[in-house]
Design a protein around this ligand. Structure first.
Ligand code: NAP
Length: 241
């Protein structure tokens, strides 16, 4: 799909991969609704930096269906429709399974899996009606490759996104709407700087010898949107891991 003049919602856009994705889509001529849990100066500044009339802030917890309804209503009120949905919002945490509380498990699924479901549920009918849309689910290398200890909830939630991408992509493949997963490897964002112990040592294990940049992943999201023969697949962007 051509990004120029398309309307995108990017969740989790206040920093990291979401921010780089919003900037990439705006640079390609898209109109971008930027989301994070709360409306902060960072989010307002980002929307402004995307260019006059190109950015809109729509804060809200993606795990909350009512908040998602407001995000989609704001997008539609300003730009008329939603053509691109990037389900990027995410959280991370290390908890060994024997210490895992039901609320740790639930919060991981609430943001990643219910968050994606909530927004897909709200934007898909319009996309199908117009026969035009791309949904990008940001999964993780942890969905399919050894994620390391303490990440059972994270790996399981990200694997659910791979399954959702596969099943939904095939279900609607003939209806003009594509569903693509992007599974980043280790990427230089606040999530890993705060969440991964011994980051420098861990980075040495990446075959390309470096961790990814948010722009590396945003570039893959752009490819997923633009390539018209790509659906139901998750692309691993990992520096060779
Ligand atoms: N960095 C990596 O190495 C890596 C690797 C594989 C996959 N990923 C995935 O890539 C995505 C982006 O991660 P990142 O590394 O860019 O992380 P990040 O820098 O921590 O950014 C996460 C974003 O998600 C937002 N967010 C969190 N919970 C939310 C909620 N309930 N509702 C709305 N927004 C929410 C955060 O904003 P607020 O906190 O302000 O709400 C922030 O904007 C995540 O899905 C992550 O799992 C990252």
């Amino acid at each position: 799909m051509e990004i120029r003049d398309s309307v995108a919602i990017v969740t989790g856009a206040s920093r990291g991969i979401g921010r780089a994705t919003a900037e990439t889509l705006a640079r390609e001529g898209g109109k971008v609704v930027v989301n994070a849990r709360t409306e902060t100066d960072a989010l307002r500044q980002l929307a402004k930096s995307l260019g006059t009339g190109k950015g809109l802030v729509a804060a809200g917890d993606v795990g909350d269906l009512n908040a998602c309804r407001k995000i989609v209503e704001a997008a539609t009120a300003r730009f008329g429709r939603v053509d691109i949905l990037v389900n990027n919002a995410g959280i991370f945490g290390l908890v060994k399974m024997e210490k895992m509380r039901p609320e740790d498990w639930e919060s991981m699924f609430r943001v990643h899996v219910f968050g994606a479901f909530n927004l897909i549920h709200l934007v898909l009918p319009g996309m199908l009606e117009r026969k035009r849309g791309v949904i990008v689910n940001v999964s993780s290398i942890a969905a399919a490759r050894p994620p390391g200890p303490g990440r059972v909830h994270y790996g399981a939630a990200k694997a659910a996104l791979v399954g959702m991408t596969r099943a939904l992509g095939q279900e609607i493949a003939s209806q003009g709407v594509r569903v693509v997963g992007i599974a980043p490897g280790l990427t230089d964002t606040e999530m890993v700087r705060k969440g991964i112990p011994n980051l420098a040592k861990r980075a040495e294990t990446i075959p390309m010898g470096r961790i990814g940049t948010p722009e590396d992943i945003a570039h893959a999201v752009r490819f997923a949107i633009e390539n018209e023969f790509l659906t139901a697949e998750t692309l691993f962007v990992t520096g060779g891991e």
